[in-house]
Design a protein around this ligand. Structure first.
Ligand SMILES: [Zn+2]
Ligand SMILES: [Zn+2]
Length: 265
């Protein structure tokens, strides 16, 4: 039997984030940032049985990452993993139901035949992190968003994987000229904010040279970016370095809402 590891982006961006990663009948969810109903509908649209989800991993307590967690995890009796700080922050805000099986992930744990590894991210949350998921056929995927700067640890995590979603949140010029309050702009631009198009584009060549050639751009701002601008910034930077899309790597943008497409990696 051929086992196909796949990533199904369900939601991405400031209105909500959620990804299914798995292979043949088992998987995990990274973040539950939409309502229970919306997550259920997105899973159904992609033919993913909720019973195949071994656990839910939450990156941090911002509501675009755990909005639907309380209802969804309780209804489907799902195990929840996050850092200790994220779990504390979510329970203070009543974003998590204490009746669920809740666990702190320190570094790496097993879920069925899969494994999940945690790596901390610089973001304005209590103890944010990203995750690397190892499928049962030992394919590796990373979802790395909500980080003000790329760190050496996250770089290593992505470089040693087969697939990654990398944050390409905003165009700095659009953000600076846009209508957000000054304090919000400063927050997004800070080392604990979000990764901009240029910073993302500069990272991709290193990942491709290390062998991770299946890349997607995620958490694209609706107000301070466009999918085309994020995409072109990265493709142009890689072309400048002589790295060719379709030959040396694949790149797509993650849609704000699932379009029924998944990525086999
Ligand atoms: Zn976010
Ligand atoms: Zn966030």
């Amino acid at each position: 039997m051929i086992i196909l590891a796949k990533v199904v982006p369900l939601f991405s961006g400031s209105k909500g984030n959620s990804y299914f990663i798995g292979s043949s009948g088992e998987g995990v969810l990274v973040d539950v940032g939409r309502s229970c109903k919306q997550i259920e509908n997105a899973l159904a649209l992609n033919d993913i049985e909720i019973g195949s989800i071994g656990a839910v991993f939450i990156t941090h307590e911002h509501t675009d990452h755990c909005n639907g967690l309380r209802v969804f995890a309780k209804k489907h009796k799902l195990k929840i993993y996050a850092s200790e700080g994220t779990l504390e922050a979510m329970s203070e805000k009543k974003l998590i139901c204490p009746e669920n099986d809740i666990y702190v992930i320190e570094d790496k744990i097993s879920v069925g035949n899969m494994q999940v590894e945690r790596c901390d991210t610089p973001h304005d949350a209590r103890e944010s992190c990203c995750y690397k998921v190892y499928t049962s056929d030992d394919r590796k995927a990373v979802i790395a968003t909500d980080m003000g700067v790329m760190t050496e640890d996250v770089r290593k995590l992505i470089s040693s994987s087969d697939f990654a979603v990398v944050e390409s949140n905003h165009d700095v010029r659009m953000l600076k000229l846009g209508g957000y309050p000054y304090i919000v702009k400063q927050r997004i631009l800070s080392d604990k904010g979000h990764l901009c198009n240029d910073a993302c584009a500069e990272e991709l060549a290193g990942f491709i040279k290390s062998g991770n050639v299946r890349l997607m751009l995620g958490h694209i701002s609706e107000n301070n970016n466009t999918p085309d601008l994020a995409f072109n910034t990265s493709v142009n930077e890689l072309s400048r370095l002589g790295i060719k899309r379709g030959i040396d790597y694949t790149l797509e943008t993650v849609p704000a809402e699932t379009n029924g497409k998944s990525v086999i990696f």
